[in-house]
Design a protein around this ligand. Structure first.
Ligand SMILES: Nc1ncnc2c1ncn2[C@@H]1O[C@H](COP(=O)(O)OP(=O)(O)OP(=O)(O)O)[C@@H](O)[C@H]1O
Length: 297
């Protein structure tokens, strides 16, 4: 698969504080890559480096084989940032037309407006759009040039459920037609549903880079939920238990082998109730990953 963007041993500091600490990462054509991590982990900084807004303190960032600040590289990219102002008085159609003019092979304006779900709002001034409609306009401006790289920083924040799902479908279509997509998100459901690859950043380092299924599998198997009078240390000591969350009588155990742990659990607590077993969710997998990374540090 063609590499569109590449980070090699990239570090970035702000005021003496290391935000990115030697990250290496490839962004590939036809793939949706989701960047996940807690607040302040360095996701927007990573986006800033790839889009040429920031320069690394050490290491190298390449975009289409060029320095990301070069106009030739930027011309092939569409970007939707978390906060970007729009001229209030220009209409949706005017803004999309204006932005399309910067690209060599833009989409038809009407097509861009339809993809972004802005049909019927063409004549509305940007300043009179709702928050969700403004996000969709930002998305329209990012895709109007049929970019080879689409960068989306928290694209669905503030969108309702239906608009979010609709945006996922169109992002997927961009990738399926060959674009590389890099998105940051706080929604694990979004990363799970949309991304081919999830890159997890914590404390300036990449702690996981894999398909969603791979990340779930790498931390092992299943979640057991039940109501039990066993104490947390007792639960943690049962065979195959990787982590325990306990609140009142309700316990959630992340386990490697559900059958072994469940048998031990039932033997240890004959009064146990409400037992359910399910595959570990991405959320549980990531929480486990963060805990094991902290322990290893
Ligand atoms: N221009 C800047 N000057 C100083 N510090 C900065 C600057 N930009 C970012 N930082 C700091 O770098 C760290 C990483 O910020 P970044 O915006 O990349 O995080 P993030 O992962 O995108 O967070 P969030 O999920 O909250 O959007 C934070 O501690 C932030 O305060």
């Amino acid at each position: 698969m063609q590499i569109v963007g590449q980070f090699e041993g990239v570090s970035k500091k702000f005021g003496g504080h290391t935000v990115l600490d030697g990250i290496s990462l490839e962004i590939r054509a036809g793939e949706v890559t989701a960047l996940l991590g807690p607040n302040g982990a360095g996701k927007t900084t990573t986006v800033g480096l790839l889009t040429g807004r920031l320069t690394p303190d050490s290491g190298k960032v390449d975009l289409f084989g060029l320095d990301p600040s070069r106009p030739l590289a930027r011309a092939r990219m569409g970007v939707m940032l978390q906060s970007a102002g729009l001229p209030d008085v220009l209409t949706v159609r005017e803004l999309v037309t204006l932005q399309s003019g910067y690209y060599r092979r833009p989409r038809e304006v009407a097509e861009t407006i339809a993809i972004a779900g802005l049909d019927g709002l063409e004549k509305r001034a940007a300043g009179k759009l709702s928050g969700g409609q403004q996000r969709r306009l930002h998305y329209a401006l990012a895709i109007c040039g049929q970019p080879d790289l689409l960068v989306l920083d928290e694209p669905t924040t503030g969108l309702d459920h239906e608009a979010r799902r609709r945006l996922w479908t169109t992002v997927r279509e961009e990738a399926d037609s060959g674009a590389a997509v890099l998105l940051t998100t706080h929604y694990l459901e979004e990363a799970d549903a949309l991304a081919d690859r999830i890159v997890v950043i914590a404390e300036g380092r990449i702690i996981a880079d894999d398909a969603p299924a791979g990340i779930k599998a790498s931390v092992g198997g299943s979640t057991i939920r039940c109501r039990t009078m066993l104490t947390e240390p007792h639960l943690a000591a049962l065979p195959g238990v990787r982590s325990v969350a306990h609140s009142g009588a309700a316990a959630t155990l992340l386990v490697t082998d559900a059958a072994t742990s469940a048998r031990a659990l039932l033997a240890a607590d004959l009064a146990l109730t409400d037992l359910t077993i399910s595959a570990a969710s991405l959320e549980e997998a990531l929480a486990n990953l963060a805990t094991s990374t902290r322990k290893a540090a």
